[in-house]
Structures are given as structure tokens and as C-alpha cells.
Write a protein that binds this ligand. Sequence first.
Ligand code: SF4
Ligand code: SF4
Length: 102
Amino acid sequence: MSTTITRPYPDISFDDRMATVEFRVSPRPHITVETEVCRSCTTKACVTACPANLFVPTNDGGILFNYEQCFECGTCYQICNEAGAITWTYPDGGHGVVLRHG
Ligand code: SF4
Ligand code: SF4
């Protein structure tokens, strides 16, 4: 007996999916990272947790961060266990990620 799996969504490549996403970049970063705090962080959990790969470890133990393609999911803020490392807000009105369906 065979089982047919029906997916509730069409197969679509990552690139095609990302083509439906627009980032309206605000001049004000809605997330800031205090890299001096990051230097003492042993997990660097944000690096693997961010779905957009926006956290990049540097050779001197710090973190490079770019807010411009942020999905606003909040994962980095939730997973970071160092007080004061991440300041998280939503982007100013009219800015940020725009997800289009269809
Ligand atoms: S943002 Fe948080 S989890 Fe990421 S390196 Fe800095 S202190 Fe660590
Ligand atoms: S809010 Fe989400 S996408 Fe944005 S930097 Fe944090 S983990 Fe990455």
C-alpha cells in the first residue's frame, strides 16, 4: 500500500520565495547590537538562530550585524542570554519587511 503526501503549499525555491519579500530599509536601525558585550558571549547563539544570517562573528570575538534584511521575527532577542547585547524595536512606520503572498 502506498501513501500519497499532499502538501498544503506549492514547491517553490528559496530564491523564488525571497523574490516575494521586500525590505523597506529605515535609516534608523530597529535592532542594535552592543559588540563589546558580545565579546564575552560564549555561545554566539544569534549566529545560527537568525534565519536571515544577519549576525557574523569577527576574528576578534565580536559580532557584525546588519539590520537591513531583517524578518522581524524576534528570534535573536529571545535567544540572546547577555543583558544589554541586543536592543530590539520594530522599524518606524512604513519601513521593514513586506511579505507578499501569491
Ligand atoms: S547578540 Fe547575544 S547571542 Fe549574539 S553574540 Fe552577542 S551576546 Fe551572544
Ligand atoms: S529579528 Fe529575526 S531576522 Fe531579524 S535579526 Fe533577529 S533573528 Fe534575524
